[in-house]
Design a protein around this ligand. Structure first.
Ligand SMILES: *Cc1c(COP(=O)(O)O)cnc(C)c1O
Length: 245
């Protein structure tokens, strides 16, 4: 699908993805407004990001702190919110609090502590999602789903972290049932959190679904799909950017 899109503009691809999101939402009996699109701009130069900005996008997902920090400087004044979606090392947190609007890859207490410390110093708060490993693959980051409830309990101690929901990456598989099971696992974890009074089911964020699997994610309750290649074209080495550093 993406191979044929080389000559399309970012605006045209955006229209196609928005249409696909609307169709998936309709299949699931959901309103199209209940699914937000997060363009993932890793490896995309400032010009491509600006094209999407002009087409109405204002949040952009990046997975590497240094790359995101550089773009945030370059595109300062364009009203962009930078969302970090990649694995985050604690030694990068001091940079993160200078520019990020949200971190979707919170996956351990040590990182929460470091974020809290730096956010307090900076006098600001941060939206965060907790990343769960719903596929069980050792190559993926995130807490095991059954650790979500105790982890959310611990997070209540951190005043600067506004915990909005959950994020996951599904297994890379040509079997849609295996992919679907990952997304369903995230939604069920969110339901358990709601049952424990730790996450409001009406406003929770479920960040799940990428270029190759977002219609399935929407059918399973995604509230935010993270789309890179379907908007910006194929990356030179796609897989090298899922797990930075
Ligand atoms: C790169 C990336 C995406 C987007 O992947 P595409 O296949 O380009 O849509 C989504 N989520 C994370 C965490 C990523 O690193």
């Amino acid at each position: 699908m993406q191979q044929d899109q080389g000559k399309l503009s970012v605006g045209e691809r955006l229209e196609a993805v928005r249409g696909e999101i609307a169709r998936a939402a309709e299949r699931a009996g959901r309103s199209r407004d209940s699914v937000r699109l997060l363009p993932v701009s890793k490896t995309v130069p400032a010009s491509g990001i600006l094209a999407a900005r002009e087409a109405g996008c204002r949040r952009f997902g990046e997975n590497k702190v240094q790359e995101a920090l550089g773009k945030a400087g370059e595109l300062d004044g364009h009203g962009i919110d930078w969302i970090l979606i990649g694995h985050l090392q604690t030694n990068k947190v001091k940079d993160v609090v200078t520019f990020a609007a949200e971190v979707q890859s919170l996956d351990r207490l040590k990182l929460a502590r470091e974020l809290e410390k730096r956010l307090q110093r900076a006098g600001r708060s941060l939206d965060v999602l907790v990343q769960l490993n719903t596929s069980g693959e050792t190559s993926k980051f995130g807490l095991a789903p059954e650790q979500a409830v105790p982890f959310f309990r611990e997070l209540r101690a951190f005043d600067c972290l506004r915990v909005k929901g959950l994020m996951t990456l599904a297994i890379f598989s040509s079997d849609p049932d295996r992919v679907r099971a990952c997304f369903r696992g995230l939604r069920e974890a969110a339901d358990r959190l709601a049952g424990a009074g730790l996450l409001d089911p009406a406003t929770r964020a479920l960040s799940m679904g990428m270029s190759g699997d977002y219609p399935i994610a929407i059918e399973e309750g995604s509230t935010e799909v993270r789309i890179g290649q379907a908007l910006f074209g194929p990356r030179p080495l796609p897989d090298s950017h899922y797990w930075p550093e």
